[in-house]
Design a protein around this ligand. Structure first.
Ligand code: AHG
Ligand code: MN
Ligand code: MN
Ligand code: MN
Length: 322
């Protein structure tokens, strides 16, 4: 099995980006260890704080964020970072070539039940004529990402990453402490009969999504004439990993549960990196209005509607909005 750096060189990834990726992965190895020891180290449960998203932070959200942030800022490779758990972006080196956005721990509600969680990251090139402390440099569309990935802290710690030459799977080999390539150029099947959505929100969705899901649930007796299976891990990293592994459609649609907050998932930390991974694997990632990676962001904590996965099924879902 190939080690990470040679695999990246085969994809012609520049050396400075490889160095940054290695830094990110050093952070994920430490988070992986901390996550596995959380109960023993007294790191379970919530803090008394809320993040900028209005969510109560878990102790591990904070620990993972601090680790990721410190390791990145110490590396000297980054001009700035932005995180789900930070109020605004944080400056690094003025001459840093890259900026990194991340969700230090995705699936916070799974922490206390020892279930799937992960770290999601997205890398853009820094804008040379903007100061390191200017958050506007993060307002770049998803199609400008130079790398995106996630690390899943599951039964094995897995890295899924793209630098624009396909999406590849790696596994952390604890015998030597590095990630090994286990699957190159993963392909999401174009068709599927599996969907992932939080069904308890159905009554709050817009009509087209309600109709689409109703038709899936109707199975053989409905207009689709086939049985559709449902899976929901409640951590986007876990649900997207399943989609990348065996296909499926994942959606977090608009809802009117809270009129000020129609969307749940964050563009920078969740939707963009996952869109890059899914599309590099032949899948499709959209909102009901167009491709996610073409959205020009207006805020670093912006939220979006998300529909992604098997290409033909995503198109089918979109047809309900026409
Ligand atoms: P986070 O833990 O980083 O705040 O993100 C949680 C997100 C995402 O991972 C998942 O798809 C979704 O929230 C789950 O939401 P439900 O509470 O609707 O299951
Ligand atoms: Mn959160
Ligand atoms: Mn998340
Ligand atoms: Mn998170």
């Amino acid at each position: 099995m190939q080690r990470l750096a040679p695999a990246l060189r085969e994809d012609n990834v520049p050396l400075d980006l490889i160095s940054l990726i290695k830094t990110i992965l050093a952070a994920t190895k430490e988070i992986s260890f901390r996550v596995s020891q959380a109960h023993l180290g007294g790191l379970m449960g919530s803090t008394l704080d809320e993040n900028i998203q209005g969510e109560v932070q878990k102790q591990l959200d904070v620990v993972a964020n601090e680790l990721f942030k410190d390791i990145l800022l110490e590396s000297g490779f980054v001009k700035a970072i932005s995180s789900e758990e930070e109020d605004t972006s944080v400056a690094g080196e003025e001459d840093g070539k890259f900026i990194v956005s991340f969700d230090p721990l995705d699936g916070s509600s799974n922490i206390d039940i020892n279930s799937l969680i992960g770290t999601i990251f997205s890398i853009h090139e820094a804008i040379p004529d903007m100061a390191a402390d200017n958050p506007d440099q993060f307002k770049q569309a998803g199609h400008k990402q130079v790398c995106a990935g996630y690390v899943l802290y599951g039964p094995s710690t897995m890295l899924v990453m793209t630098t624009g030459s396909g999406t590849h799977f790696y596994v952390l080999d604890r015998t030597h402490g590095g990630y090994l390539l286990v699957e190159r150029n993963v392909q999401v099947p174009a068709d599927t009969r599996e969907f992932a959505v939080n069904m308890s929100n159905q009554r709050f969705w817009e009509k087209p999504m309600q109709n689409y899901i109703t038709d899936l649930v109707a199975g053989e007796a409905g207009p689709r004439g086939e049985y559709f299976n449902m899976r929901w891990i409640a951590a986007m990293v876990g649900d997207i990993h399943r989609v990348l592994t065996r296909g499926g459609i994942f959606t977090y649609p608009a809802d009117n549960k809270n009129p000020d907050k129609p969307y749940k998932l964050r563009l920078m930390y969740e939707a963009n990196p996952m869109s890059f991974l899914v599309e590099q694997a032949g899948g499709k990632a959209v909102t009901s209005k167009g491709p996610i990676m073409e959205i020009e962001p207006d805020d670093i904590h912006q939220r979006v509607e998300v529909i992604m996965g098997s290409r033909n099924e995503v198109d089918k879902c979109l047809s309900y909005y026409k």
